[in-house]
Design a protein around this ligand. Structure first.
Ligand SMILES: NC(=O)c1ccc[n+]([C@@H]2O[C@H](COP(=O)([O-])OP(=O)(O)OC[C@H]3O[C@@H](n4cnc5c(N)ncnc54)[C@H](OP(=O)(O)O)[C@@H]3O)[C@@H](O)[C@H]2O)c1
Length: 326
């Protein structure tokens, strides 16, 4: 049975652990590492890890751990993954995988040399509702896709030090939320021919806080993508085809997609309630891939992670948004 370690005893680590425990995933929760040993011990006791470490390095040095889940802010992912791979362990890393495509290419190259599995935990790609919808659209349920819209926007009241507003931690709406809207467009329309955008930058922190991104494709197809940490919008993905349209509720973590014709009559729906919280699908898939000896997961091949990061690189370049680690 694979033995998992986690770095970063924070918010998303809890969601991951809950999916492992309640989803009866066939792995051992071997060790949790935090910069603060007390926090690590708290997680160990709460979730029955075998060990708690007060430094990430101690976890890397644990010979018993096979796989590490990286649950830290974006700006640390690159260095941490390189160290983990140096210690011959497989990696599942939270989104966005790295700050830019160049960093991702280096991580994947190193993992390939060592024959280790590495995956970006972009859970949307693993959701059964998204997978079934893609199949139905390929079969022509709404005809040829003409336009995609996706909004992932919420009003935050975060202090300037929160990771979303902190340039040093890879803050901003694009890398945190835009990664999902861009992924949604790529799943259904592929790579755009050109990209344009409008952005609001936070003058105090230097991060992007509100943006509309437009992808243009051949045959006049468009994707309109909103991400924001200062405004609320419903988190909906909409796919418009020649014969009808699909509303994907909470598209990045969806359990329900409704298919309509242009008389606004429902002509179908896809519903897959999560068995736990939606993280179970990506975790099960990663474990299956590792057990089969793969170094990448078929739901999110390395090339897809790089492709999305390149699009975000281009968008950030047009905004002159550079992170200190770049
Ligand atoms: N898939 C999803 O739906 C989803 C949702 C939310 C976030 N995420 C991703 O998960 C990652 C972590 O997000 P989060 O919301 O869990 O973040 P968070 O709670 O703010 O931070 C996670 C942990 O990172 C560690 N950390 C290490 N160095 C740090 C530093 N200098 N400043 C702050 N924290 C530091 C801390 O753990 P220790 O103190 O224990 O060392 C912290 O508890 C991000 O990349 C984010 O994009 C994914």
């Amino acid at each position: 049975m694979l033995k998992i370690g986690i770095i970063g005893a924070g918010n998303i680590a809890k969601t991951f652990i809950e999916a492992v425990i309640k989803g009866n995933v066939n792995v051992t929760l071997e060790a949790i590492a935090s910069r603060d040993i007390l926090k690590a011990i708290e997680y160990k006791n709460l979730y029955s890890f075998k060990k708690a470490y007060g430094s990430y390095q101690d976890l890397y040095n644990d010979f018993e751990v096979d796989l590490i889940y990286v649950a830290t802010p974006h700006s640390f992912h690159y260095e941490q993954m390189l160290q983990i791979i140096d210690h011959n362990k497989h990696v599942i890393c939270e989104k966005p995988f790295t700050l830019n495509s160049k960093q991702a290419e280096e991580v994947f190259k190193k993992a390939k040399e060592k024959n280790l599995f590495v995956m970006e935990a972009l859970w949307t790609r693993f959701l059964p509702t998204i997978k079934e919808l893609k199949e139905l659209i390929n079969k022509g349920i709404i005809g040829e896709i003409e336009k995609v819209e996706a909004n992932f926007c919420f009003k935050t009241n975060l202090d300037q030090n929160h990771r979303l507003r902190n340039l040093n931690l890879g803050g901003g709406a694009l890398l945190d939320l835009g990664v999902y809207t861009i992924t949604f467009a790529n799943i259904f329309l592929g790579k755009p021919e050109s990209i344009s955008s409008k952005v609001v930058m936070d003058e105090q922190t230097g991060v992007d806080i509100d943006e509309e991104i437009v992808f243009k494709y051949k045959d006049n197809k468009l994707a309109i993508l909103n991400s924001s940490i200062i405004k609320d919008m419903p988190s909906v993905g909409t796919i418009y085809g020649e014969k009808g349209y699909v509303l994907v509720e909470n598209f990045h973590q969806t359990e329900l997609a409704k298919i309509y014709n242009y008389n606004n009559e429902i002509i179908g729906s896809i519903e897959h309630p999560h068995s736990v919280n939606g993280f179970e699908y990506e975790i099960l898939s990663a474990i299956d891939s590792i057990e089969k000896g793969r170094i990448e997961d078929p739901h999110i091949p390395h090339s897809e992670t790089i492709k999305i990061l390149k699009q975000m690189d281009d968008i950030r370049q047009s905004w002159n948004l550079i992170y200190p680690q770049e």
